[in-house]
Design a protein around this ligand. Structure first.
Ligand SMILES: [Zn+2]
Length: 142
């Protein structure tokens, strides 16, 4: 496995290195999962690549695939352990999108009637012509 990038000032890199303790839920060669220290609900967990990448769009395919492979399993385990069936996966990129730690992380947040993620969802409507143009623009950048 290639050496994973690391940032000595990053709290998640320190957790990966074992310099800061965590309540570890899962670990493999590329991925670490642990309980969030500021949980929105009981069972709120984080899943991170071991390498230091700030935003999701910069994560290499191998690490992205490794995260995707274990997210459902860890989510299932959190739900079973907490007895909560509903949950959100949250992944923020950039300050405007509420990213607080500059190391890619996925939140698994169990949702009950009174605890979990609150979402404001000011939905608009999709203009068909604009959507067709945007679709082409995105597809040309894949
Ligand atoms: Zn880091």
């Amino acid at each position: 496995m290639p050496t994973q990038p690391s940032n000595p000032d990053c709290i998640f890199c320190k957790i990966v290195a074992g310099d800061i303790p965590c309540h570890k839920l899962y670990e493999d060669e590329l991925v670490l999962s642990f309980l969030d220290v500021s949980p929105l609900s009981r069972g709120h967990a984080l899943v991170i690549p071991k390498g230091h990448w700030v935003t999701l769009d910069t994560v290499p395919d191998e690490s992205a695939a490794a995260i995707g492979a274990v997210l459902p399993r860890i989510s299932r385990a959190v739900c079973t352990a907490t007895g909560v069936r509903d949950f959100n996966i949250l992944q923020n990129n950039g300050r405007a999108a509420h990213q607080a730690v500059d190391h890619v992380h996925f939140h698994i947040i169990p949702k009950t009637g009174d605890a979990g993620l609150g979402i404001d969802w000011p939905a608009g409507s999709l203009d068909q012509d604009a959507a067709a143009e945007l679709t082409e623009q995105v597809r040309s950048n894949l």
